[in-house]
Each structure stands twice: as structure tokens, then as C-alpha cells.
Design a protein around this ligand. Structure first.
Ligand SMILES: [Zn+2]
Length: 382
């Protein structure tokens, strides 16, 4: 069973758009009030409030007419969000990380409210609209069919547009995994390097998008705070962000689908094992999207009957994938070629990908023999 999200554009009437804004603003007020209460309780009495302490007050607050968020479960969901940020905050303190106290949310930073139980205050109507308590039946465009059992509904505002996000559970039929195994490394100069020697370039349109994003950022910075010109510039900036996110997501979907259909075993680096040895800074551009790419790859591999194995990335960029020896002088980030005394001369990221594949094969639950990685036909992803 897998959790999936289907996102559809909403077309509220002018009046509904106002109501959506109002509901969102009520959710945000509740969020900030709950945050305030926790801060005060901690500051004045050293008491750490939990979710139930706060949820038990909900009925009273609503009866007093101080909260206009229509669905009761949606109110609970807001409090659960506060609870989650505090739990994460205390976990970071415990782990000795930079804690960052939970912040109050401004209008621009609070962009969604959720119905945590499908059927409770929300449903799909016979006419193909989505009903949300407090707002009514909203027109939505189902550009692709919704599959699976709906669990929750989240209404989300993005760059001035509204979306309905349905979280569903889907069962996966058993599949015979495709033959072949591959190792993938996050590229320094390309998006990724494959153990069969392919370098997957970053999509070209991303570069154009990033240029536009920078221009928008400069525009916002030049505008006066609180002015209407700034608000317009911020809207443009959000649009640029959304556009890039969509492009990136599209690229990730296509590439991960192709890999999952071609290889039964896919080995990648385990992102949870941190180490600066690999020069994290230089990869920050790709790292930003790497996590979401892996998430897509993981479920697509599972659907195709394959397996995604995460390996410890430690030293994978240094060790020679042919003879297994470490170089006398470690490769610096500027060294793009792996050149070893055993005679192997290949791209540094391909060398790393080959090491990742070797580790992946040793960890796989199914024996892949020494499955030679099938050389895929050249596919253009950008
Ligand atoms: Zn070697």
C-alpha cells in the first residue's frame, strides 16, 4: 500500500475565493494563537503543552464565536501541525542541532488547510465538483483520473491560485522486476551519473527559469516594504518559483519512470548519512531536487516490481571502481576525471556511480548475480 497525492486546480467563484481566503486566514489565526499559548506556557510556567491540552479547548473557543474555520477536524489538523513543529523543535534540541524556535506564520507563509478525514466536511459531488464545508461546491479540473482510496483533502493556495490535493492509498499489483541493475550518483556538473557511463544533464529549461527567478528576486528586493509594487513583485516571484518547481517535477517524473522501467535494482546514496567529505556545498543545486527525485524513484521502482537500495556514500567518490584502491592524493572537487594507476580513466561521477552499484548489489535482497548494467538507449530527458 502506498500513499499518493493527486493535485487538481480549483476554479472557485469570486465569492468562494473570498471564503477560501477567510477560512485560510482563520486557520492561520488558530495556528498562531496555539503557538503563542505554547510559548507563554513554557516561558511563564515551564509547562510543555501537548496536542490534547490544546484540542480540548477547541469546542469552547468555537462556541464563543472566536473561530470561524468551519470544519472541526480541520481545526484539529491545525493544532496537529503546531504539535508537529514543536516535536521537531525539541528533537533538534535533543540532537544538538541548530534548533530554530517555531515561528509565527505570516499571511504569505501559511498557504493551506486540510480536512484530515475524507467524508467529514468534504466530498466529491455528482457533478464532479469538490464540496468543502464552509466554502461550498467548488469547480475543479480533473486533468487525470483520481485512483485509489481518498484519505484526506488539502486546499492549497499557490501564487494566487487554489488547488485541491487528495491524499490517497493505492494497492500495488505484484510485478516481475525488469532485468538489469544500475548505480546512480548525484552529479557535480550534471544532474546524475549512471554506472553504465551515461551522464544525465540538468534540464536546459531549468537554467532559463533560474535566470528569471533571480531577476524577480532583485525586483522584490528593490521595492519598498509594505508597498503595492512589492506585493505584485512577490506574486511574480511566486509564479517563477512554481514554474521551476513544475519543470523540475516533470523532469524527475520522466527520468525516474524510465529508470524504474529499465532496471530492477537501483542503487543510490543514502541521503541520511551525512558527510562533508563529498563536498556538499558544490552539489547544493542538485541536492535541492535530489530528495524529491528519490521519493518518486522509490515508489516507481516498487510499482515496477524493482528495488531501490540506499548505500553509505562514504568514500564512493574516491575509491577506484576497478581495483578498489584509494588514491594517494584525494580527488578535489575540481578533479572531474577519475584516473587510477590500474589504468582506469573515467568521469569521477561515473566512477562513484559504479561504486554505488557494487555496494547496492551486495545489499540487495534478491541476488542479481553480477548483473551487467544494461546499456540503455540514449534518451533525452531535457
Ligand atoms: Zn584502480
Amino acid at each position: 500500500m502506498q500513499r499518493r497525492t493527486f493535485k487538481y486546480r480549483l476554479y472557485p467563484t469570486h465569492e468562494q475565493a473570498g471564503t477560501l481566503e477567510h477560512q485560510l486566514s482563520e486557520a492561520r489565526s488558530l495556528y498562531n494563537a496555539a503557538l503563542q499559548e505554547r510559548r507563554d506556557a513554557w516561558r511563564m510556567q515551564r509547562v510543555n503543552l501537548n496536542y490534547y491540552d490544546q484540542a480540548n479547548q477547541l469546542k469552547e473557543i468555537r462556541d464563543a464565536g472566536n473561530l470561524d474555520l468551519a470544519n472541526f477536524s480541520a481545526c484539529q489538523d491545525v493544532l496537529r501541525r503546531v504539535d508537529k513543529t514543536f516535536k521537531a523543535f525539541f528533537r533538534r534540541i535533543k540532537a544538538g542541532e541548530i534548533a530554530g524556535y517555531p515561528r509565527f506564520k505570516s499571511r504569505d507563509r501559511y498557504d493551506s488547510f486540510a480536512f484530515p478525514a475524507w467524508g467529514d466536511g468534504c466530498h466529491l459531488t455528482d457533478t464532479g465538483r469538490v464540496y468543502a464545508q464552509g466554502v461550498g461546491s467548488i469547480k475543479l479540473k480533473m486533468h487525470r483520473p483520481l485512483a485509489g482510496e481518498i484519505k484526506t483533502l488539502t486546499l492549497k493556495r499557490e501564487a494566487g491560485k487554489w488547488y485541491a490535493c487528495f491524499s490517497v492509498v493505492v494497492g500495488i499489483p505484484v510485478q516481475i522486476p525488469p532485468p538489469g541493475a544500475i548505480g546512480i550518483d548525484v552529479g557535480l556538473y550534471s544532474f546524475a551519473a549512471l554506472s553504465d557511463g551515461q551522464l544525465i544533464p540538468n534540464p536546459r529549461n531549468l537554467k532559463t527559469g533560474l535566470g528569471r527567478l533571480r531577476r524577480c528576486q532583485r525586483k522584490v528586493a528593490r521595492r519598498q516594504k509594505g508597498g503595492s509594487g512589492r506585493r505584485k513583485a512577490v506574486r511574480l516571484l511566486q509564479k517563477a518559483h512554481t514554474h521551476i518547481r513544475n519543470q523540475r517535477s516533470d523532469f524527475h517524473h520522466k527520468l525516474s519512470q524510465h529508470l524504474a522501467n529499465t532496471y530492477g535494482l537501483i542503487a543510490v546514496e543514502d541521503l541520511n548519512i551525512k558527510g562533508l567529505s563529498r563536498g556538499m556545498l558544490a552539489r547544493s543545486v542538485n541536492d535541492a531536487g535530489w530528495g524529491s527525485f528519490l521519493a518518486k524513484l522509490a515508489y516507481k521502482a516498487e510499482e515496477a516490481g524493482g528495488e531501490l537500495v540506499r548505500v553509505n556514500p562514504n568514500r564512493t567518490s574516491q575509491v577506484c571502481s576497478q581495483c578498489g584502491c584509494l588514491p594517494d592524493v584525494p580527488k578535489s572537487l575540481a578533479d572531474r576525471i577519475h584516473s587510477c594507476s590500474c589504468g582506469l580513466v573515467i568521469d569521477r561521477d561515473v566512477n562513484a556511480a559504479r561504486n554505488i552499484l557494487r555496494l547496492g548489489l551486495s545489499l540487495a535482497t534478491v541476488t542479481w548475480g553480477n548483473a551487467p548494467s544494461v546499456v540503455a538507449e540514449a534518451v533525452c530527458f531535457s
